[in-house]
Design a protein around this ligand. Sequence first.
Ligand code: FE
Length: 231
Amino acid sequence: MQPLDTVAPSGLSSAIMSNHHHDDHHHGHHHDHDHSELSETELRVRALETILTQKGYVDPAALDVLIETYETKVGPRNGAQVVAKAWTDPAYRQRLLADGSAAIAELDYVGRQGEHIVVVENTPSRHNMVVCTLCSCYPWPVLGLPPVWYKSAPYRSRAVSDPRGVLHDFGFELSPETEIRVWDSTAEIRYLVLPMRPAGTDGWSAERLADLVTRDSMIGTGLPKQPHEVA
Ligand code: FE
């Protein structure tokens, strides 16, 4: 598995866009999780939903349940459980890095947009960050629905061209020695970042550790909370 590109502290490789095999993405126009910023798209979705409902193909109540499920029940708390387990169970961490989807399924986090999740681990020398440069591919079963900024054009382009600048905008600086790897999600492969366990948490239970794991730390645009932040 290769990352989209490696952005070393010394500068940005010029190979980024040429390495980006759009043809491999199978990003179609029926990307049902992609809520475009274009209001025209929203209008078209609404029109489609109306027609499908009128023809009896779609039950609006079932649609509402689906959306509500991903907005409230499935969300970053799932991912936090995965990360906390990896922090406390070395064998699980190994399985998670070897086959993300299978290890995540051990916790019963399965479902749409999660069929092939790859987990990338942060280390002191490497920070991972996830983007979908084409739209908004995202690991739903562990993170829920993507935040608005994840789908925005500025994030999608700047995550590749200026990841360090993006992290600065998100409020943190990495050491200049830390390499940043940017992973481009697709309809087939979704990425989950395994952040580093914060210092000062020796002996903590997985349950307690999960409270430190933020959504953004699993996208790579943030870091886990520090112990004093959850007192
Ligand atoms: Fe996408």
